[in-house]
Design a protein around this ligand. Structure first.
Ligand SMILES: Nc1ncnc2c1ncn2[C@@H]1O[C@H](COP(=O)(O)OP(=O)(O)OP(=O)(O)O)[C@@H](O)[C@H]1O
Ligand SMILES: [Mg+2]
Length: 363
């Protein structure tokens, strides 16, 4: 059995248990199962008649047995539900309207509105990618106009009284200052590393950017850190978002995460098991156009926003380069690290590219 359950059941039986639980019509035979796809953690099925998607956690993720964890699954799904509702307030229809979940050792699933089939990156002209990107940028900006419904900062978790909250209980300013200090330390370690690059130039760019980092204009909002192309449903009418990784964070930091990932993460990670299915190295023009469109949509005509975003993207590059540097220097990589980042050789190759990119700043 590839799905997470303590019961000795077939895929069809487990699916039907979920459908019965929801009061939906059961599937009569194996051949009627409509498999939509699988991510790292779930198998997704289309329930055609009701236009719903049923997602069931996998039994094995990143080559490891998944241990059933009620609290973690409940937090994850409650956070997804919260983000979907919040996102639809910022832009109606951008996320599934319906979302329900059920968590038990015997049967765990989520069920949500089906958003249709994505055309993927492969069927996008760069103009279309730019348009989708712009739309998503404008949506991330719209999220900044909504107050956070929850307290705290960071990843959402369930607190003592069952309410969602950010994992950190910290003042925003103190948090950003602390984070800035960490970025500076990471940059210093890269500067002290034995790799060849124009240190003086990078030190100067770092000083200039870090001292101008936006602090006073920011607030904590509810936003989404996982906007990889496989979690965007590109439909004829719009780009829609599924499978979020909700965060309570500053808008600009997560916007920079989008820009950085589309400019310099997905296509450079095509050689990892985690991202190889996307073949992102074949769609570099679309990814770049998507990032450009996003910047347009997110910053509009605001110079302040454009500058703040530019600085945050630089910081994402610093931290990604540093992560790679650490991995190169770590004792043998474990299985999950290899699946996510590739072999040490691949990690070092990417580190060199990131150092070159650092050198290109200021731009
Ligand atoms: N609401 C939906 N509407 C349309 N398609 C969907 C929906 N939910 C899931 N899918 C399809 O099923 C695939 C897998 O679903 P999903 O991304 O939720 O899995 P996952 O394991 O949570 O992913 P990840 O590995 O990114 O965490 C998606 O890439 C998408 O093609
Ligand atoms: Mg996914």
């Amino acid at each position: 059995m590839k799905l997470l359950t303590t019961e000795n059941l077939t895929e069809l039986e487990l699916l039907n248990n979920a459908l019965r639980n929801e009061g939906l019509k059961e599937i009569s035979k194996e051949t009627e199962i409509n498999r939509l796809g699988e991510g790292a953690w779930h198998h997704a099925y289309l329930i055609e008649k009701e236009q719903l998607v049923l997602r069931i956690p996998k039994r094995v993720a990143y080559d490891k047995e998944v241990v059933f964890n009620r609290k973690a699954l409940t937090s994850e799904y409650a956070a997804t539900k919260a983000f979907y509702q919040h996102a639809n307030r910022a832009k109606e229809g951008v996320c599934p309207k319906q979302f329900k979940f059920f968590v038990d050792e015997k049967l765990t699933y989520t069920i949500e509105s089906y958003l249709g089939k994505s055309i993927g990156l492969q069927r996008q002209t760069t103009d279309l990618s730019r348009r989708y990107g712009k739309e998503l940028g404008a949506f991330f900006l719209a999220l900044e106009n909504l107050n956070s419904p929850y307290k705290g900062i960071g990843h959402l978790e369930i607190g003592q009284t069952g309410e969602l909250k950010g994992e950190l209980d910290m003042d925003l300013k103190a948090f950003v200052l602390e984070e800035t200090k960490e970025y500076q330390e990471e940059l210093n370690k890269l500067i002290d590393s034995p790799y060849e690059f124009d240190r003086a130039k990078v030190v100067k760019a770092g000083e200039s950017f870090i001292s101008r980092r936006s602090i006073n204009d920011e607030k904590i909002i509810l936003t989404n850190q996982d906007t990889s192309p496989e979690n965007i449903i590109y439909t004829k009418r719009a780009a829609k978002i599924i499978d979020p990784y909700p965060q309570l964070y500053t808008g600009v930091s997560i916007a920079a995460n989008y820009v950085f990932n589309y400019q310099a993460l997905f296509h450079l990670f095509h050689n990892t098991k985690r991202y190889c299915k996307g073949n992102y190295h074949l769609y570099i023009p679309q990814l770049i156009a998507s990032a450009e469109g996003f910047i347009e949509g997110y910053t509009g005509s605001s110079k302040q926003k454009r500058d703040a975003l530019h600085i945050e993207v630089f910081l994402k590059l610093v931290t990604m380069a540093y992560t790679h540097y650490q991995l190169v220097n770590e004792a043998p990589l474990d299985r999950e690290q290899i699946i996510r980042f590739g072999t040490k050789e691949q990690v070092e190759g990417r580190l060199r590219i990131y150092l070159k990119k650092l050198e290109e700043y200021p731009k």
